[in-house]
Design a protein around this ligand. Sequence first.
Ligand code: MG
Length: 256
Amino acid sequence: MAEIEFFQLTDVGCVRVENEDAVGYWPHDDGLLFAVADGLGGEAAGEVASSLALEVLGREMERAPGTWPVTKRLRRAVQQANLEIHTKAITVPDLRRMGTTLTASAVVGGTLVAAHVGDCRLVRLRDGALTQLTKDHSWVGEQVQYGLLSPEAARTHPRRHVLNRCLGRDLIVGIDVLSTDVRPGDVLAQLSDGVHALVPETEIAEILRAYPPEAACQTLVRRGREAGGDDNLSVQVAAILDCPAPSPRRWWRLGR
Ligand code: MG
């Protein structure tokens, strides 16, 4: 059983009228599942896409056979979310071209399994050092990975909002799934681009080092707003207080 202190916050920001981000969490017997989605599309379509992604994720994780490993459950749940958003996007005129990013992390005992599509970020603070565990599926993110653009230039680049992958756009989507160990003392955080584009990584690390989850979420959102808050801002912070050593057997246990 993992002992986790968790908090999440989503904020409309200073410029946008609607909050198209969505956050959700589902505690289970062995730990916690938490997810952030950043919707896109005209009018209210982005909001529909991001909340539908979380709804399908929670439902499918609950429904999946208990014998499936968490990696398979997460991948299938995200595939299903993509399918349902895509179907709505091509059949409901008002929701045409809607899509969403989705980053979901499941802490199960001493293991973290994450599924990721888009440009929200999952980061981990361990022994004081911050590591980004997900890759940004954005045009600028790819340029940075190829060494063609510096991370600083990417933050203000005019194409910074262009996504290479999102849920809902195509029938099939490439989903990154990662699994790694978690240790007591680790802090996991998920941030929408409205936060990580405006708050420098060194400052995110400082805030996660200095504050427990609730104060860290409030501080990160406040810093994003002070830096302009031109997008919706979402943060989730999970501090791992205690967890068992990772064991493959635990992968089969989630919520039942
Ligand atoms: Mg955003």
